[in-house]
Design a protein around this ligand. Structure first.
Ligand SMILES: Nc1ncnc2c1ncn2[C@@H]1O[C@H](COP(=O)(O)OP(=O)(O)OP(=O)(O)O)[C@@H](O)[C@H]1O
Ligand SMILES: [Mg+2]
Length: 250
């Protein structure tokens, strides 16, 4: 008796191998699909964070600044109407500026390329605008030799400065807020220092993680990291606060 041995592709182990290969392929495709969905989700989350930051740094900050001015106005109508009128004008122009910035932010999100400007001039304007009508004196200076920075770097440093000054005005009760833009050959650094109450940074970090109501410090840190730099905050009760954003030269 004799038999004909089947070809290898007619054997059971070959069928089993084919089935295993098909399964492995299907599994691989599934994993690829999941990975692509994860990537898309991460992109959506990053975009959401960016939108939240832009809204905070334009509309919310502007409205907070105007509210501070309006609070001051309400107490001085009868005593000094002329100053009250001046503050009202200031508040109106702050609101208009925030609206313009929010429009600009929306526009930037659509076309992905923010407008370009002179950082020192913009910062000096921000210092002046945010300390007007408050008890704090704002000072701004540039150290080192100014040089060209990328639009993203200028934009993010400006927003960090804006938030740090807003925080000093709103939370510190300072007499002086000193803002410095320092061009070192190795890095560019923006610092905002106030002589107000200061705060417990660690306690604040814990709170900011959980309750979701304080976006300023988180936003400043994210902005500094986004342009390859870092944010350093020093603060202690009754010793004031110093916020430094340092970006190495590329
Ligand atoms: N320069 C400062 N001096 C004193 N306290 C400060 C200063 N900067 C921040 N803080 C404290 O840290 C907290 C968190 O600041 P953060 O900017 O993250 O949030 P916020 O200013 O309260 O709200 P927003 O989300 O509108 O910025 C403040 O509420 C305040 O208590
Ligand atoms: Mg803040």
């Amino acid at each position: 008796e004799f038999g004909v041995r089947p070809h290898f592709f007619q054997t059971r182990w070959f069928y089993a191998l084919c089935a295993a290969a098909t399964l492995a392929l299907a599994w691989g495709l599934y994993l690829l699909h999941v990975r692509r969905i994860r990537q898309q989700f991460a992109l959506v989350l990053a975009e959401r964070t960016r939108v939240a930051r832009e809204v905070h740094d334009t509309l919310i900050q502007g409205v907070v600044g105007s509210t501070t001015l309006l609070d001051a106005v309400s107490g001085m109508f009868s005593t000094s109407p002329e100053t009250a009128r001046q503050y009202l004008d200031e508040s109106r122009s702050q609101l208009r500026k925030s609206l313009d910035e929010a429009r600009q932010a929306v526009w930037n999100m659509r076309r992905q390329t923010p407008g370009k400007g002179d950082l020192a001039t913009a910062l000096s304007g921000v210092v002046q605008r945010l300390t007007a009508g408050t008890h704090a004196e704002g000072r701004f200076k540039v150290r080192g030799t100014p040089r060209h920075l990328s639009t993203a770097c200028e934009e993010n440093l400006l927003r960090v400065g804006q938030e740090a000054i807003t925080n000093a005005v709103n939370h510190a009760g300072p007499q002086l807020i000193e803002v410095e833009l320092y061009y070192d050959p190795q890095f560019v650094q923006l610092s905002v220092e106030d002589d107000g109450h200061g705060f417990d940074l660690e306690a604040q970090n814990e709170m900011s993680d959980g309750n979701g109501h304080h976006f300023g410090l988180i936003g400043m840190r994210e902005r500094a990291q986004k342009i390859g730099g870092q944010l350093i905050v020093h603060s202690a009760a009754n010793e004031g606060t110093r916020v430094v954003a340092r970006v190495p030269s590329s």
